[in-house]
Design a protein around this ligand. Structure first.
Ligand code: PLP
Length: 460
């Protein structure tokens, strides 16, 4: 079979047998949406089956933090697969990798964190977190305190509970979500404020005030927890406005509501700090981690629980017996080995600092190149999580109507220049979140591609 025949066969199998996530199913099945077969990766680049070498400025799904082809992680995975590809973690079983990784995570996490529970994805980690919190309140004799508050435009996964926590329409519509235990509050999206003259601090105070009104309306003794990403991720890539987390934290403390910091994107360096919680002064009771934990070389997630939560869980098992929650693949040895090697690389390659330095440079260069363009409404970011939001009118910050048509066009124009950016949902927003190893020369390549793509789509 020639290479061309093989490629045609793969495309046919892909379209007739593969149910792709987050994809327009009809367009894909009927050949109207493009497919891409990805063959290899090295550094910040991937290569597809047509031989295109693409600079992946979104690190897969903001997860390949140490970049592609890192020999240290590959070796750790191979060694683990040879020695012991699998054993479970039930009833006190561990491996050198899973035990070592637990210690490494606790050493890097905020001070009050105590233990790590492992899963395979950010979604299952957040499902675990909600179960932990319900169990916690039951053990404390507060069975009514169960509702979870999340934010519109938050992203916390695609499961039944986590899809409910996610505050994006696409993840609710026709799926009978959100579930009744979940309520949503304001997105901390300063660029979308109604009043042009409102300061960031005043906007944060308004978000906190609206949260307090919601808690009072529902009854504080019915609200268990608040979940939020330190900086909004998939819902727009928005760093919090000044004073936001301090104002929210004060309301949560006042009504004895737990905080889950969803650090699936931000954990282990992406924001230029080991954890976003440290950066923004959040005091979480549970931290969710996945993606950067293994740089996505193997699926692994972590629910990192504080000592306060842990003490109650211990009491619970003293009264009730073993903690009845587990996955076959909890603490999978290959994931754990990838995690140990990846976190070592984050230190060895100084990636937290690199995220800071390169992220600042990316923002500065973008602002210089396209900041004054008539359709560029906002350029924002923290570390290597950056967004460009396009508008119909710059002065009034008027969004396009309908929204969501221009972001994909810019992403396509970037791709034509061999740079991958992500058109974010529910907006005209390009997300840039490259591997944290990105060099200054590669930042320049990304900025040039964006600049050219913006003038192609919108004119000069
Ligand atoms: N939480 C956040 C903040 C995320 O960004 C994501 C995925 O993008 C998730 C949770 C869900 O993770 P997964 O896709 O691994 O289930």
């Amino acid at each position: 079979m020639t290479n061309q025949e093989k490629a045609q066969q793969l495309e046919q199998w892909d379209r007739c047998a593969f149910f792709h996530p987050s994809t327009h199913l009809a367009d894909f099945a009927h050949g109207k949406a493009p497919e891409r077969i990805v063959n290899s990766g090295s550094g910040v680049y991937i290569t597809d089956s047509n031989g295109n070498k693409l600079l992946d400025a979104f690190a897969g799904l903001y997860c390949v933090n140490t970049g592609y082809g890192q020999q240290k992680i590959i070796d750790a995975i191979c060694k683990q697969a040879q020695e012991l590809a699998y054993y479970h973690a039930y009833v006190g079983h561990g491996t050198e990798a899973s035990i070592t990784l637990s210690k490494m995570i606790i050493d890097r996490a905020p001070d009050n964190m105590s233990k790590v529970y492992y899963g395979m994805s950010g979604s299952d980690a957040n499902e675990t977190n909600i179960k932990i919190i319900w169990y916690y309140n039951n053990v404390l004799g507060r069975p009514e305190k169960k509702k979870i508050i999340s934010r519109w435009r938050g992203y916390h996964g695609s499961g039944l509970m986590t899809g409910s926590l996610t505050g994006l329409e696409l993840f609710h519509n026709q799926f009978d979500l959100p579930l009744s235990q979940v309520i949503h509050t304001d997105a901390p999206y300063y660029f979308h404020r109604k009043d042009c003259n409102q300061s960031e601090a005043a906007f944060s105070a308004e978000c906190a005030d609206n949260l307090e009104q919601l808690i009072l309306k529902e009854g504080a003794d019915t609200i268990a927890a608040f979940i939020g990403e330190p900086a909004l991720g998939t819902g727009g890539l928005v760093p919090p406005p000044k004073g936001y987390w301090q104002a929210i934290q004060a309301v949560l403390d006042k009504y004895d509501i737990l905080l889950i910091a969803d650090e699936v994107i931000s954990g282990f360096g992406r924001l230029g700090a080991m954890f976003g919680s440290d950066l923004y002064g959040m005091k979480p009771d549970i931290i969710t981690s996945a993606k950067g934990l293994t740089s996505a070389y193997a699926p692994l997630s972590a629910s990192i629980v504080s000592d306060k939560i842990w003490q109650v869980l211990e009491d619970g098992t003293t009264k009730l017996g073993a903690f009845g929650h587990g996955w076959t693949y909890s603490a999978h040895p290959i994931g754990a080995a990838a995690g140990v090697a990846s976190l070592e690389l984050v230190d060895e390659l100084n990636l937290v600092d690199n995220a800071n330095v390169r992220g600042q440079s990316l923002l500065n260069k973008l602002k210089t190149a396209i900041g004054s363009h008539k359709n560029v409404g906002d350029i924002r970011g923290q570390g290597l999580l950056c967004a460009i939001e396009f508008v119909a009118d710059k002065n009034s910050r008027t969004l396009f109507n309908p929204i969501g048509q221009h972001g994909p066009k810019v992403a396509a124009a970037m791709l034509a220049r061999h740079v991958i950016g992500r058109a974010m949902p529910q907006g005209d927003i390009i997300g840039i979140a490259p591997p944290l190893i990105i060099s200054e020369a590669e930042i320049d390549t990304v900025v040039s591609a964006i600049t050219a793509a913006v003038s192609e789509v919108f004119g000069d």
